[in-house]
Design a protein around this ligand. Structure first.
Ligand code: AMP
Length: 428
């Protein structure tokens, strides 16, 4: 039997609520931390979730990133932590699907813990386990981690969950999508039964509802998802373009749009590297992020992107999802996503916290069906955009004598002219 939602609220469209943080029974320390974080008003999910979590209720919250969901669970958990004198091992664990999200959540918790003695450690793969073990020895009250690495620590007995009071499953649908279900269940079985469990998910399909029913106590369902998952402020366009012309189109688009920061999505890791290499020959401040890269490199790329030092980040879906960087003004689907849900998640990386954003999708002539599926999914038609003077079908190399291969690198610039490189660098 599916769990019955006790209460369903839809308060999604405006990010600002009538409620103030002062109305939420928060401590002075927390109000000061919120002020220094620059948070003036609670977002709807915060106004809705914080009081229920403070009351000790288990909640299934339907919300995507960019709505303030991290603070929505981090604030009440921080408020309810017991002192370290009373409890030494972690009191809260937050499970996330990706390493990037683990780092992002940890950073948000640290920001909100300002002024109190609370430590938070991120446990994720790709980083030496030793450093994490050291940090765990210092008795952090909160741990954030990806399921695989958490299991690793549990089996080494370097993580003790016996005093746990809060469990958060963040982006639960994504965790199940990428096959973390057995790991999550293994972790949940090691958590004390007397605990509060929060589950955050963009969607609540039956497998999530079953997970909630099995591992949560009378969960209350709160729905903060907008009726249309991509926010209204995001303009969405497409081009029909031959594969040979995609790269030139990307260059033209970047030149025309001059994005504050752009996230370019490719379908494969190899594709992302190829585009990155070609683009970095033409312009600076470009980076690549995919699951093949070493974790240190991934962390560095993300922090540079977050700091605004990277203008164009070429990424694959696995790392693109969940990224929350307020400077992202443009999403470019260089390759169409395989699933329409991925489209929604990709496009949702811009227009964060009610800001404006724009998304462009490169649709190959035979991908009409994919485009239609996406349009049905978001219940809206994408606008076809113009690029005057650009030939969407002409092959990249005009020299007909030369053989044309689709992914050919552009020829090196003639030294005497300073080359295309320089020209584009100025132009982008
Ligand atoms: P999240 O949905 O948790 O990924 O949060 C999205 C972004 O909104 C993050 O950069 C947060 O730091 C920021 N944020 C969260 N709550 C608020 C708030 N009440 N006011 C302003 N910004 C916020």
């Amino acid at each position: 039997m599916e769990p019955e939602p006790v209460l369903t609220t839809d308060i999604s469209h405006s990010l600002k609520t009538d409620v103030g943080f002062d109305d939420l029974n928060l401590s002075d320390v927390m109000l000061a931390a919120l002020e220094s974080a620059g948070y003036e008003y609670p977002t709807p999910i915060q106004a809705g979730l914080i009081p229920r979590v403070l009351e000790g209720v288990d909640v299934v919250g339907q919300a995507r990133t960019g709505t303030g969901k991290t603070a929505a669970f981090a604030i009440p958990i921080l408020e309810r932590l017991l002192s370290r004198k009373k409890v030494q091992s972690p009191q809260a664990i937050i499970l996330t699907p990706t390493r990037e999200l683990a780092v992002q959540v940890r950073d948000e918790v640290v920001k909100l813990a300002k002024g109190r003695k609370a430590d938070c450690v991120a446990l994720y793969g790709g980083k030496p386990i030793r450093g994490q073990i050291e940090k765990l020895r210092a008795h952090p009250q909160i741990v954030v981690g990806t399921p695989g690495r958490v299991i690793d620590h549990l089996s080494r007995r370097t993580l003790d969950l016996s005093d746990l009071r809060f469990v958060v499953l963040d982006e639960a649908d994504r965790m199940l999508d990428i096959g973390f279900r057995p790991d999550i269940e293994k972790i949940l079985r090691q958590c004390p039964s007397e605990r509060q469990t929060l589950l955050l998910s963009a969607t609540v399909p039956p497998p999530i509802a079953r997970l909630a029913q099995r591992y949560m106590r009378d969960p209350e369902s709160l729905d903060f998802s907008p009726a249309e998952m991509t926010v209204d402020t995001i303009e969405q366009f497409y081009y029909t373009v031959d594969p040979e012309r995609k790269f030139d189109l990307l260059v033209r688009l970047l030149k025309r749009e001059k994005p504050q920061q752009a996230l370019v999505f490719c379908r494969t890791k190899r594709g992302s590297e190829k585009i990155y290499r070609r683009l970095s020959k033409l312009t600076q401040h470009v980076a690549c992020l995919n699951g093949d890269m070493e974790q240190n490199k991934r962390d560095r790329v993300m922090s540079e992107f977050r700091a605004g030092q990277t203008r164009v980040l070429v990424a694959t879906d696995i790392v693109g999802r969940g990224i929350d960087v307020s400077g992202i003004s443009h999403i470019i689907n260089y390759d169409m996503p395989q699933f329409s849900d991925d489209y929604v998640h990709r496009v949702g990386r811009t227009g964060r916290m009610g800001r404006e954003g724009v998304a462009y999708s490169f649709v190959m002539p035979e991908e009409g069906k994919e485009l239609t599926r996406i349009e049905q999914r978001i219940n809206r038609l994408l606008k076809r955009d113009e690029m005057p003077g650009f030939d969407f079908t002409r092959p990249a190399t005009i020299d007909t004598a030369a053989p044309q291969t689709p992914e050919e690198e552009p020829p090196p610039p003639p030294p005497s002219l300073g080359g295309r490189k320089k020209k584009y660098r100025r132009a982008l």
